[in-house]
Ligand binder design. Structure first.
Ligand SMILES: [Zn+2]
Ligand SMILES: [Zn+2]
Length: 245
């Protein structure tokens, strides 16, 4: 029996230097419940340490472990992973492919917290830099670990695969293209008509609590799990992505 589940698959925590400090896993989950979201993904820039806290908080919301990776072309790619172990393997590959720019000032804005909102530490390496891994390679690595690779905010004028490359090459094996809250489905039809081979989703890219769920994707799936989302993105076994507005 398939049901509809609401998912916001692109949310930053206080570990991302551009996100507000109130974006702790506990508050994010609280806001997700207020917005009746069934599934959220935690996707910090090139890092994932706050996924541990999110995973320890009991709630009806399914947490998908993820990361927003900056490729060598400066395109943002969302990696959604089946579990924390595979995510942390990916995190270590990303870490080893980034320039080590230590910034004491910014460190205080890249905060690791626990499930009680207590500060556990800071990451001192600047997290928003590009990695040395190109987009095709990062997609392959994500897939090797069983993950889902999504082209982030393809309708935006910065850090999107479309602005960085001008087009999406035929062999680029994304599982989905993500559109931001700025673009309606009708507008997306114009921008993305050449890319019907991919599923399209809509996520909030929330950096502030109020942004969570400002847009979302509905999945017609059996249960709110990573595996079911993967089936829907690949239109398998009757699962599908439903996108309104
Ligand atoms: Zn981004
Ligand atoms: Zn983002």
């Amino acid at each position: 029996m398939l049901r509809k589940f609401k998912a916001d698959l692109h949310i930053h925590t206080c570990l991302s230097p551009c996100a507000e400090l109130d974006m702790t896993p506990r508050r994010i989950i609280g806001r997700a419940m207020e917005k009746s979201l069934d599934i959220i993904a935690i996707t910090d820039h090139n890092a994932a340490e706050n996924v541990f806290a999110a995973n320890r908080i009991e709630s009806p919301v399914t947490i998908i472990p993820g990361m927003e990776i900056t490729t060598s072309e400066e395109a943002h790619v969302i990696a959604l992973m089946p579990d924390i172990d595979s995510l942390m393997e990916l995190r270590s590959i990303v870490k080893n492919s980034m320039p080590t720019i230590i910034t004491e000032k910014l460190a205080f804005e890249q905060v690791i917290v626990n499930e009680k909102d207590e500060v556990e530490g800071f990451i001192k390496e600047l997290l928003i830099n590009a990695t040395s891994i190109d987009t095709n390679r990062i997609i392959k690595i994500i897939h090797q670990y069983g993950g889902i690779a999504i082209a982030a905010h393809v309708d935006r004028e910065i850090y999107s695969i479309l602005t960085q490359l001008g087009f999406i090459p035929e062999d680029m094996d994304f599982d989905a293209l993500e559109v931001s809250f700025r673009t309606s489905h009708t507008e997306a039809e114009t921008i993305l008509h050449s890319y019907r081979r991919y599923s399209w989703i809509k996520s909030s890219d929330a950096h502030h609590l109020v942004d969570i769920g400002r847009c979302y994707t509905e999945f017609h799936i059996k249960e709110p799990t990573f595996e079911e989302i993967k089936l829907a993105l690949n239109a398998k076994q009757g699962r599908e992505v439903i996108w309104h507005g």
